[in-house]
Ligand binder design. Structure first.
Ligand SMILES: *Cc1c(COP(=O)(O)O)cnc(C)c1O
Length: 468
């Protein structure tokens, strides 16, 4: 494609520029000539918007970025030239880089923190199956239509079927936007005109100031706190039951642990009381996970007698952000489904698709990461070290954790790379940033939460960081 440099005529008082000139293939533009007297004014050198918009790089970027984002990027680059921050000869390269960085500011990163479910890093990475499902749903799709009859169908039915097949202990299920929405909808539907009994040891803050008691109170339900921070007994719950009691809520302390002189009441024991028990398990395990014996799961909670179990979709289940509400009885999930707030908590078609694919598809990446043995991680670390010859890098045994609302205090023996501390910051500045941690004066990149297919990218990022 030919690019015409259109700048001609007066661009500044008293300045006349070179006439338009074809500069051949690709996108080198020829800056206007001007005389020395005004050449010192960088504004006279700023390439015009229409010229840059017609350039090959801009034209190629248009379908993916759209005209307004392309113009915005051009505007930002022009501003930097005007301010003298960007050399006019670097405009082409800068535009290419900016266009390829794309439409959104969100960047892909590698999770070398050793924290499997990292809320700041987007929690569970989706499986290829989930990505494929998202692209099926992204266009027009039969999300609420029965193709056989041509009539409207029940939204999310195939996801509900998949979840119920995976959890035979449940009679009904309803899916909402996240774990918090699940708790809010359950509380609103079951207890907005009454009381929720909850242990003082379970009045928890999840993160970023989000507190479960505040969420419950916002539904209009009154909290009846029982027991103490470290110990709550069955009789504390039993004594608190009144005509106003609508449910007992048992919240899994997913991000902390109280050690020492403690006691809490099991779901099985609570189920002996004449009030429905709602269990917020957080992590989203559908069944017991042998590697995390202390972590609650949906099936066990229902079998122990819980009426309702809530969980997140993007923690150990390994799917997209979602909130799952399982119940022992379909009448209960119908109440949730028909509640006026249900519409406000409704998930979009992309979530329905990705979650269904996660449930019926191959092992989710987060589960594979959890199951990878220390010996396998060690072999990866050793092979990375040999591919990074010449750098101060060693393979090192580490400890990773589940994190993000799952298995507090659980320690998973892992393996990682040990680098000089300065890599901590440098690894965040490379094309595919790597989040690491600093330990004993070294920068540690834990390999447990890095997909095996990303190890080549990891090596590239480390090389870039070393040369930066
Ligand atoms: C993570 C978590 C929540 C909140 O779920 P989100 O999906 O983040 O809204 C609630 N309760 C428990 C026990 C959790 O672990």
């Amino acid at each position: 494609m030919a690019v015409v440099w259109l700048e001609s005529g007066r661009v500044a008082p008293g300045v006349h520029c070179a006439p338009g000139r074809v500069v051949g293939a690709l996108m080198t533009f020829v800056p206007p000539r001007h005389d020395g007297a005004v050449g010192a004014d960088p504004r006279a050198k700023v390439p015009r918007t229409d010229a840059l918009l017609g350039g090959a790089a801009a034209v190629a970027a248009l379908p993916a970025l759209g005209r307004s984002r392309v113009k915005q990027i051009i505007g930002e680059v022009q501003t930097r030239v005007r301010a003298g921050d960007l050399d006019i000869d670097a405009v082409d390269d800068e535009l290419r880089t900016q266009f390829s960085d794309g439409l959104i500011r969100m960047r892909r990163v590698l999770n070398g923190t050793g924290v499997l479910v990292h809320t700041n890093l987007g929690r569970a990475p989706l499986s290829l199956a989930a990505l494929t499902a998202i692209s099926t749903a992204a266009g027009t799709c039969d999300v609420e239509l029965d193709l056989d009859s041509g009539r409207r169908s029940s939204r999310g039915q195939s996801l509900s079927d998949a979840l119920l097949a995976a959890v035979p202990a449940a009679a009904g299920v309803h899916v909402v936007n996240n774990g918090a929405a699940a708790i809010a909808l359950v509380a609103a539907a079951m207890a907005c005109d009454g009381e929720i009994i909850i242990s003082r040891g379970e009045l928890i803050e999840i993160g970023a100031g989000f507190r479960i008691p505040d969420l419950l109170a916002a539904t209009g339900a009154r909290l009846r706190e029982v027991g103490t921070t470290n110990r709550t007994h069955l009789r504390d719950y039993a004594d608190a039951i009144s005509a106003d009691t609508r449910m007992i809520l048992k919240v899994h302390p997913s991000n902390y642990r109280v050690d020492g002189f403690t006691s809490s009441v099991s779901v099985a024991a609570l189920s002996s009381l004449p009030v429905p028990v709602v269990c917020d398990i957080g992590s989203g395990l559908l069944h017991p996970q042998p590697l995390l014996p202390a972590e609650p799961d949906v099936t066990s909670a229902l079998r122990a007698g819980a009426s309702v179990v809530t969980a997140s979709g993007d923690k150990l289940l390994g799917g997209p952000q979602a909130g799952l509400i399982f119940a022992d009885d379909t009448a209960r999930t119908e109440v949730f489904r028909r509640h006026p707030m249900a519409r406000a908590y409704r998930v979009d078609k992309l979530t329905l698709a990705a979650l269904e694919a996660t449930v019926v598809g191959p092992t989710a990446p987060i589960v594979t990461m959890l199951q990878t043995t220390q010996a396998q991680l060690e072999a990866r670390a050793v092979s990375l070290v040999s591919s990074l010859e010449g750098l101060d890098v060693q393979a090192r045994a580490t400890t990773s954790t589940v994190g993000g609302g799952g298995a507090p205090g659980s320690e998973l023996p892992s393996y990682g790379l040990s680098l000089p501390t300065r890599f901590g910051a440098r690894l965040r500045e490379v094309s595919v940033p790597v989040l690491a941690r600093v330990e004993d004066g070294r920068c540690i990149v834990d390999l447990r939460a890095i997909d095996q297919r990303d190890l080549g990218t990891l090596a590239d990022s480390i090389r870039q960081a070393a040369s930066g």
